[in-house]
Design a protein around this ligand. Structure first.
Ligand SMILES: *Cc1c(COP(=O)(O)O)cnc(C)c1O
Length: 223
């Protein structure tokens, strides 16, 4: 099977079971632009990247109709570039980053749409561990950034636990989404679920799923 047929089969398999209200983002990190172009030709429009340099390069090579999502860890010195090429940032979890995003977006004459990343780790905090705003701190965080002129909060994003119950984590995320919507009713998106756990995420209200390996095959080594 050639690459296009392989990608097409993988896409169709996932999409056959996907509710029409759920947006599929294909995470193309580490895969070449040629794969992104094939996916585009197959009708796929939403793409996700974790690194600024890769996203900048690939987005340049695709038609404007492609929609680009950044979901990697944010380095503030890369933010200006990320705001240039991304339509959505999923990994916002610092007020200082939000201020910079709004400033850069304003300079470019755009409004940057952002998900607030929520930390779904249960129990004790592990130093230097996973990113995200703690669910109980979300109202304060959202209030602090909601007045920024060129930043639009569209919802919450979460990464399921490495070891642990994705059901509990995504239920927690859905609850947290409720507390965000109480403050900002339009911020009703939930970005949750990767190849291993997206079906569970959809049961808990995911509106956007981020799939890499189930469409493109395994990445080796992970970035
Ligand atoms: C890599 C990545 C994905 C896609 O992961 P797969 O397991 O390949 O589906 C989704 N979300 C984030 C934040 C990622 O870093």
């Amino acid at each position: 099977m050639d690459r296009s047929a392989e990608l097409s089969a993988n896409l169709n398999k996932v999409k056959a079971e996907l509710p029409s209200t759920v947006t599929l983002i294909v995470v193309t990190k580490t895969f070449p632009s040629s794969d992104v172009k094939l996916l585009y030709e197959l009708g796929q429009r939403h793409f996700g990247e974790n690194r600024d340099s890769e996203g900048a390069e690939k987005s340049e090579q695709l038609p404007d109709e492609a929609v680009w999502h950044f979901q990697g860890g944010i380095q503030s010195n890369k933010l200006k570039s990320i705001v240039k090429w991304s339509d959505y940032i999923h990994s916002l979890d610092e007020i200082s980053h939000a201020k910079k995003i709004s400033q850069y977006a304003q300079e470019l004459g755009k409004t940057q749409r952002c998900f607030i990343q929520i930390n779904l780790d249960a129990g004790e905090e592990i130093p230097g561990q996973r990113s995200g705003v703690k669910p109980q701190q979300l109202p304060e965080f959202a209030s602090a950034i909601s007045g920024l002129p060129a930043l639009e909060i569209v919802g919450v994003m979460g990464v399921g636990p490495l070891n642990g119950d994705p059901n509990q984590a995504f239920a927690n995320l859905q609850k947290t989404s409720g507390s965000l919507k109480a403050l900002i009713p339009a911020a009703n998106y939930i970005s949750a679920g990767m190849s291993s756990d997206y079906k569970i995420a959809i049961e808990h209200g995911a509106t956007h799923i981020r799939l890499g390996s189930s469409i493109l095959g395994s990445r080796s080594p992970a970035p």
